[in-house]
Design a protein around this ligand. Sequence first.
Ligand SMILES: NC(=O)c1ccc[n+]([C@@H]2O[C@H](COP(=O)([O-])OP(=O)(O)OC[C@H]3O[C@@H](n4cnc5c(N)ncnc54)[C@H](OP(=O)(O)O)[C@@H]3O)[C@@H](O)[C@H]2O)c1
Length: 260
Amino acid sequence: MDINLKGKVAIVTGGRQGIGHCITQTFLEAGASVLTCARDGAGLSAQIEHWRASHGDRIAGIQADVGQAEDIDRLLAEVRNRFGGVDVLVNNAATSESGTLASLSDDQWHREFDVKLMAMIRTARAAVPLMLARGGGSIININAIFARQPDMTFYASSVVRAGCLAFTKLLAREHAAQGVRANAIGLGLVETPAWEKWHDPAQGSYEAFLKSSAEFYRVPMGRVGRMQEVGNVALFLASDAASYVTGTQLDVDGGMAAYL
Ligand SMILES: NC(=O)c1ccc[n+]([C@@H]2O[C@H](COP(=O)([O-])OP(=O)(O)OC[C@H]3O[C@@H](n4cnc5c(N)ncnc54)[C@H](OP(=O)(O)O)[C@@H]3O)[C@@H](O)[C@H]2O)c1
């Protein structure tokens, strides 16, 4: 089967680096037009220029913080003005707050909710009417296996990711009959630039750090994931090949989730 996104318009949040960058690249190669965003406007512009050389006007990006309602309004206005609507929405951009009950402040909890759950709610609220006007669409919420298997080392994230999964399910049920599908991708550990800041060179090489992380979290495959392994699943969920898949979380975790 030829899986492609020819003629489709996608929003992928957080395309400057990491998984969002990989999904943007994968969608461009599959024929989609993509609007992305990031907080670092200069860094994003440099990346957009790079993509323009191969993909021309099919790629665009704006500086936007998905934790801010007015920035999401700008993002959706941009996709309407530039591409005339949207068929695929990938909610990927996020940062995580570390800490536990005693140390996490109200501000940190609010940031977790804003950049993860509220960003999904706000983008979907604006994108669904545009998708309905085009006869359907696909919403992909990048989530984590901690939504179903809360972990002390991702305390706030586990709580918020459970809400993201519940929201994905409701969104799917609400719009299934109208052709809008909504699914989550449950990530385990995936190597991205975000990991570099957690590595302490005094403790050994980066490769040894990745290996020991996979051991610490008991990943059955014995390694962390690669970004393209997420990009491939996002492409499947975005495409017509997943036409009967909605309301589910597809885990990309090397077997890490222990739940049934
Ligand atoms: N990597 C993993 O092991 C893992 C595991 C579970 C879940 N996840 C989830 O996967 C997603 C991607 O993670 P990643 O590892 O690829 O992270 P990353 O390497 O830090 O990349 C994050 C991307 O999102 C952008 N971004 C971050 N916060 C943003 C905001 N508030 N508004 C707009 N753009 C924002 C960043 O650009 P700027 O800095 O310029 O804004 C960057 O382009 C996140 O939702 C993360 O929680 C990752």
